[in-house]
Design a protein. Structure first.
Length: 144
């Protein structure tokens, strides 16, 4: 099995198959299938990394304070969340079902049942597709 990490931050979930991670995932899947392996890309959502915490002037302990100025930060996720996504893929005996796809941590959390450190399942790309692009009236809490 081979897992390539990528970031579709500049793309949108509705077009993730045509973003660079989507193209890479399809290419990896096609090439690795020839030798009996699986290839895909995995992207985090709105990553709550140390750099992002610094940017918003918060820490992991008080990160929700940043939502006062940037409400969408409520759908952010820790680096551990995407790490759990990769771990779930690595442990899946049927991982080949994902071959050639570009996957998000939120999508994989729903499929495998894992959660972020706070017990939530943020799904940034679904939020972007349904709310930001689709105009759906919803709370960010509906995507955690």
């Amino acid at each position: 099995m081979s897992i390539a990490a990528g970031s579709a931050r500049a793309g949108r979930r509705s077009r993730v198959g045509s973003t660079r991670p989507g193209v890479i995932g399809r290419g990896l899947g096609a090439e690795l299938a020839k030798v009996g392996c699986t290839g895909m890309t995995v992207t985090p959502g709105f990553l709550r990394s140390e750099a992002m915490l610094d940017h918003f002037g918060v820490t992991e302990a008080n990160w929700r304070d940043a939502t006062a100025n940037t409400p969408d930060f409520a759908i952010s996720e820790t680096p551990a969340y995407v790490g759990r996504a990769v771990a779930a893929l690595a442990a899946d005996p049927d991982v080949a079902r994902w071959n050639g796809q570009s996957l998000s941590s939120g999508q994989l959390a729903k499929a495998y049942g894992f959660a972020d450190l706070d017990g939530s399942q943020p799904d940034c790309w679904r939020f972007m597709t349904e709310v930001q692009e689709g105009g759906k009236a919803a709370s960010v809490d509906d995507y955690r």
